[in-house]
Design a protein around this ligand. Structure first.
Ligand code: ACO
Length: 330
């Protein structure tokens, strides 16, 4: 069988206008700007304030921007995958809502749950549809409205996250550029180090779950930090070694933006200097599945055709992984 390669041919994004700064958070919980900046690298994050808007809205806006930038009509899309842990509803999927919002009448659509690795898992899934010839145009979206599952009285979590969405269009590559390799890992987090306790089938919503604040993110930051640092650095090195890439061969690292210290440790392990690392955690915080496509969007003018790029993520689940691609937009 003729093996095809998928490549990113367009990028779009959506960020809410409202900025929640560290100084704003100082007025809400017992924290301070210096602690947040030095421990995480975050200065501000965006919050979607509109009561009637959520992840599907942000995803659709990001998707529309990607399609418009390439002059592709929504009817041409075969498949939409949304990586998210903050779907508008448990069902129907956010991807189906996006399909309707953008008018992608010929697409089928589904969500993928892999927390902060959601975009990378969705990217490789979408790439396989292109590689097999089953789809020609695929929209991959990473989006989260983390403010909807944050307890703004819990200083250990509410300072970390923000809202946002990024989208890429995948099409068949006609040359050597595109997605070359991906490695994914999972390890069931039975200790519940990073999770949302209620709202699923184990602990459905009840008066007690609401009173106990169980519909919000809970994280044992210290243990997740250790696992994330090791996981993201190891898998990034693993994909370099597997593809015989030396540090000088890699033009960019696009890391998940959970903590600047985790990003620095990953870059050090890969032997990359700071100027090859995309960092926007200072502006947006951790947007979960949104971080990697938001980086690609912010850096798109600086990316050169044919450059080697490594994407890397670690998230709840646990899930982690890395993707190696050659940038294919001229
Ligand atoms: N402001 C001030 N002090 C704080 C705050 C705050 N916002 N939060 C915690 N502290 C205090 C703690 O109470 C603790 O005080 P103590 O020593 O008196 O007990 C002290 O600061 C240190 O707390 P730690 O939790 O050890 O701080 P740490 O340096 O580990 O930083 C952080 C915490 C930022 C959460 C870090 O652990 C982290 O980044 N973890 C990993 C996050 C991650 O990668 N998650 C996975 C992706 S997310 C996803 O998948 C949805």
């Amino acid at each position: 069988m003729d093996v095809k390669r998928a490549k990113i041919t367009a990028v779009g994004h959506y960020l809410p206008e409202h900025r929640l700064t560290n100084h704003d958070l100082e007025k809400m919980v017992d924290t301070n700007d210096e602690w947040i900046r030095t421990r995480t690298g975050i200065e501000e994050r965006r919050i979607l304030k509109d009561k009637d808007k959520a992840t599907a809205f942000m995803s659709a806006e990001a998707a529309k921007e990607a399609l418009e930038s390439k002059g592709v009509s929504p009817e041409e899309i075969d498949l939409i995958i949304v990586g998210t842990v903050t779907p508008d509803y448990l069902f129907p999927s956010t991807a189906c809502l996006v399909q309707e919002k953008i008018g992608a009448t010929n697409a089928f659509a589904f969500d993928l749950s892999a927390a902060c690795s959601g975009f990378l898992y969705a990217l490789s899934t979408g790439a396989m549809y292109i590689e097999s010839g089953r789809a020609k145009k695929v929209l991959i979206i990473g989006a989260d409205k983390m403010s909807s599952i944050l307890d703004f009285t819990d200083r250990s979590t509410c300072i970390l996250f923000g809202d946002g969405a990024g989208a890429v269009l995948l099409e068949e590559s006609e040359d050597e550029t595109g997605i070359i390799d991906y490695i994914h890992h999972s390890e069931g987090d039975t200790n519940c180090s990073l999770y949302q306790p209620a709202g699923g089938s184990l602990n459905p919503a009840s008066k007690e779950t609401v009173e106990n604040m169980e519909h919000f993110v809970r994280q044992d930051g210290r243990s997740v930090f250790k696992k994330a640092t090791m996981g993201m650095a190891d898998v990034s090195l693993e994909i370099m070694e597997k593809n015989k890439l030396d540090p000088e061969d890699v033009a960019w690292l696009v890391p998940h933006q959970a903590n600047l210290r985790i990003i620095d440790a990953t870059a050090r392990r890969m032997g990359l200097s700071n100027e090859k690392v995309m960092i926007n955690i200072n502006k947006y915080g951790n947007t979960t599945a949104g971080t990697i496509p938001l980086c690609l969007y912010d850096w798109k003018e600086q990316l050169n055709y044919g450059e080697n790029i490594i994407l890397a993520a670690f998230g709840g689940g646990f899930t982690w992984g890395a993707t190696y691609l050659k940038w294919g937009i001229k």
